[in-house]
Write a protein that binds this ligand. Structure first.
Ligand SMILES: C[S@@+](CC[C@H](N)C(=O)[O-])C[C@H]1O[C@@H](n2cnc3c(N)ncnc32)[C@H](O)[C@@H]1O
Length: 265
């Protein structure tokens, strides 16, 4: 697995993430090139959670064909771009107030040969990627006009507890329109005081915590990148609560140890 770092200008650098199975007999692989801006803003570079979520997508790649996938708070959009390259119709979004982050989404698409369009609509090929301003918690005309979605992605969107409920308000709205959709999200445990559980109950959502070992992500280097390191990252599948599941449960996979790398609850 290789990650190359190159520089186009003093403010922009490229990282290449190469996803492969651990099975040495498998020849399948996916390479995604992400341009990063050397800038202190959050949405300018790849966060460790993004590599883990993209690894989950790689592991589930056969489920992604012909799905419609919306990424929230995409930043440089490693997971969304990976989903597009794996055969999904992808919509990327970031805050409507952060045009620079939307430009980053578009730049990542173009770097990987994906056509960018300003909005979904008739005549737009499913391989083209709409890049949309969607601010969490706002029921905007843009959110109201979204097409049907099967999957919602969010990598490191739960990084500020003040925004947790706004993210879930947007997801709850999308679930109401798409009752079979799921929200695949990676979460970096930055404080043991933070919890999503009460909010998930308030917005009638259930959550399955997926052990990283079950998708070959329980290691400090993934896709040729050292970004995951020893950060404590959780992979969660959130769905509308159908009343049958417990609020937050952990999938058990044979041979899996901890739920996530690092030490956390
Ligand atoms: C920690 S970064 C994660 C970026 C990217 N998903 C990743 O993992 O590499 C958080 C992202 O959320 C976006 N964001 C912050 N506040 C937002 C809001 N209110 N609505 C939508 N996106 C927001 C930021 O612009 C940024 O791209």
């Amino acid at each position: 697995m290789k990650m190359k770092v190159g520089a186009e200008s003093s403010r922009e650098a490229y990282k290449v993430f190469t996803f492969k199975d651990d099975d040495e007999n498998s020849e399948e692989s996916l390479s995604v090139t992400i341009p990063e801006m050397l800038d202190p803003q959050f949405g300018m570079y790849v966060w460790p959670c993004a590599v883990v979520l993209a690894q989950f997508l790689w592991n589930r790649r056969r489920e992604l064909k012909n799905k419609t996938v919306l990424e929230l708070g995409a930043g440089v959009a490693l997971p969304g771009v990976a989903a597009a390259l794996l055969g999904s119709s992808v919509l990327l979004s970031d805050s409507a107030e952060l045009p620079q982050c939307l430009e980053n989404c578009a730049r990542s698409c173009r770097t990987n040969g994906l056509k960018v369009v300003p909005a979904p609509g008739p005549g737009v090929p499913c391989s083209a990627v709409p890049v949309l301003g969607l601010s969490w918690g706002h029921v905007s005309p843009r959110l109201l006009s979204l097409p049907r979605v099967d999957l919602i992605l969010g990598s490191d969107v739960f990084y500020d507890p003040q925004d947790f409920e706004s993210v879930l308000v947007t997801v709850a709205f999308l679930f109401r329109k798409n009752p079979l959709a799921q929200f695949w999200t990676t979460y970096q445990v930055r404080s043991s005081d933070w919890s999503l559980e009460l909010l998930l109950a308030r917005w009638s959502m259930s959550c399955e915590s997926v052990p990283l070992g079950s998708f070959e992500a329980d290691k400090p280097e993934l896709a040729g990148s050292h970004l995951p390191g020893n950060h404590s990252i959780q992979m969660m599948v959130i769905a509308p609560d159908d009343g049958r599941r417990s609020q937050c449960r952990q999938t058990q996979h044979r041979g899996d140890g901890d739920n996530a790398r690092g030490k956390h609850d």
